[in-house]
Design a protein around this ligand. Structure first.
Ligand code: ADP
Ligand code: MG
Length: 240
């Protein structure tokens, strides 16, 4: 579903990604971890064309992201992304947040978009909050709405960039629960997260990045039980 081949990116003389190669199969859940500044956000954003790269190739369901002929807006409508800071439109109600892109990007009718949005809101346990404004919801609730909003587009892949790291601790679980359900339903997911409990329970594979390189890319049990690189060993010792 996602194929990343020898991707490199630099800002001037600063190399942010060096020769990154990995792939994510349909239905697979891959957790990306590593120290701050190692390139995790940059890598995940290259997948939906939010970050250009200078070398290598990325295919999402066969579509080449870096190809100038690829319509990025079309690609992005199929690749859901949830960020650290829930980026709901603050001036729109929850239901309007859920229907805007469905209507404007997918051309769905208002009725159809509302039905879809309400169904997904119910799934994340927030149907009763449809008419509220984002500011009236807790951080955890807003992040669940952000996930529902991405799902409204019927994505073929979901990308997460530290979706729980800006939340108060008591709200982390409710967001991870939604992500876990999504994974169990067979969604293809690439998740940057430091929630190693989630990784252990839900991930198929773990990618560990350091200084712009993919240092480890292994089944989760191998990664947690026998990290190969010294860097990953140190990282795990500190985080677990
Ligand atoms: P992570 O998500 O692992 O913390 P990032 O992908 O955000 O890392 O960043 C990787 C590195 O690239 C960092 O050292 C960061 O400072 C640098 N970087 C990110 N964006 C830019 C930019 N626009 N210009 C220059 N350097 C950048
Ligand atoms: Mg980051």
């Amino acid at each position: 579903m996602i194929q990343i081949d020898n991707v490199s990116k630099h800002y001037g003389s600063f190399q942010v990604l060096t020769d990154c190669t990995t792939n994510v199969q349909k239905g697979e859940v891959v957790v990306v971890c590593g120290p701050s500044g190692s390139g995790k956000s940059t890598l995940i954003k290259t997948v939906n064309g939010l970050e250009p790269f200078q070398a290598g190739r990325i295919l999402v369901d066969g579509t080449s992201v870096g190809d100038p002929k690829t319509k990025l807006s079309q690609l992005r409508s199929r690749v859901g992304m949830v960020f650290q800071h829930f980026e709901l439109f603050p001036h729109l109600s929850i239901v309007d947040n859920l229907t805007l892109a469905q209507r404007h990007v997918l051309g769905r009718s208002t009725d159809e978009a509302v039905a879809k949005g309400m169904g997904l809101l119910e799934r994340v346990g927030l149907k009763a909050h449809a008419a509220k404004m984002p500011g009236q919801l807790s951080g955890g609730q807003q992040q669940r709405v952000a996930i529902a909003r991405a799902l409204c587009m019927d994505p073929i892949v979901m990308l997460f960039d530290e979706p729980t790291s800006a939340l108060d601790p008591e709200m982390v679980g409710e967001v991870l629960d939604v992500m876990t359900e999504l994974a169990q339903e067979g969604m293809t997911m690439m998740c940057v997260t430091h929630e190693m409990g989630f990784a252990r329970r839900v991930a198929d594979r773990v990618i560990f990045m350091d200084a712009g390189r993919i240092v480890e890319d292994r089944p989760k049990a191998d990664f947690f039980d026998h990290p190969e690189s010294e860097r990953a060993q140190q990282f795990l010792a500190r985080i677990l």
